[in-house]
Ligand binder design. Structure first.
Ligand code: G3P
Length: 251
């Protein structure tokens, strides 16, 4: 039985006061960590404060990106060790906005995934096809390539601990959600790819989230699918009450 992971990706939203108010409000109300992993994925400047606020509660804090290098001349970047040192537990890697707008490649996503394991951070690796790729019938092969590249050279034990977020790009922030059946079919296809790549045990253990216009109104149906193990949520994770109903659905 895989435990669901519901992560709210705030992207580049909220000021410090709003972020701390949010965490104060939800931290005592999220379900127990044994039932569901509830994660707030916040902008870098807020991480130290939010980790401190959430300490000892069932709410976990994640980062939206990091560099794969340990340290050095990388102006503007944040290292895995810096995140670990702050007490961050999850890190989103290869979000489509980073691939599209900041030139992230399958190769850098793979390096970052390795770096996450080196520093005991749980990687949430994003994959997903564009509208055009789906229209052309290429969705599964595009996602397969991304998954294999991200997992390259990981041990089978590490593969089990990866979280893959399937986020079809056409469904992000558009209000268009993949139907629960389509989302589940792609998550099942990802699991098959993992099985061929690393064997059936890692494939059964790996958690696969769906992301793309998830909201309180559709989360139950999505989370009840056999191969969907959680959600990575943008817009609908920004309000405390909405975030709380999403994490409830993960129980
Ligand atoms: O990472 C979450 C994401 O890209 C989906 O965003 O706003 O469609 O839930 P949204």
């Amino acid at each position: 039985m895989r435990k669901q992971v519901i992560a709210g990706n705030w992207k580049m939203n909220k000021l410090m006061g709003e972020a701390t108010q949010f965490v104060d409000e939800v931290k005592g109300q999220v379900p127990s960590f044994d039932q569901v992993e509830s994660v707030v994925v916040a902008p870098f400047p807020y991480l130290p404060k939010l980790v401190q606020q959430a300490e000892g509660t069932d709410l976990k804090i994640g980062a939206q990106n990091m560099h794969f290098e340990e340290s050095g001349a990388f102006t503007g970047e944040v290292s895995p060790e810096m995140l670990k040192d702050l007490g961050v537990t999850y890190v989103v890697l290869g979000h489509s906005e980073r691939r599209e707008l900041f030139a992230e490649t399958d190769e850098t996503v793979n390096k970052k995934t390795h770096a996450a394991f080196k520093h005991n951070l749980v990687p949430i690796v994003c994959v997903g096809e564009t509208d055009e790729q789906r229209e052309n019938g290429e969705a599964e092969s595009v996602v397969e390539t991304q998954v294999k590249a991200a997992l390259k050279d990981l041990t089978n034990e590490q593969v089990k601990d990866v979280i893959i977020a399937y986020e079809p790009i056409w469904a992000i922030g558009t209000g268009k959600t993949a139907t629960a059946e389509d989302a589940n079919a792609m998550c099942a296809s990802i699991r098959k790819v993992v099985s061929e790549f690393a064997g059936s045990e890692p494939a059964e253990a790996i958690r696969i989230q769906y992301g793309g216009s998830v909201k309180p109104a559709n989360v139950d149906e999505l989370m009840s699918q056999s191969d969907i193990d959680g959600a990575l949520v943008g817009g609908a994770s920004l309000q405390p009450d909405s975030f709380l109903s999403l994490v409830e659905a993960g129980k």
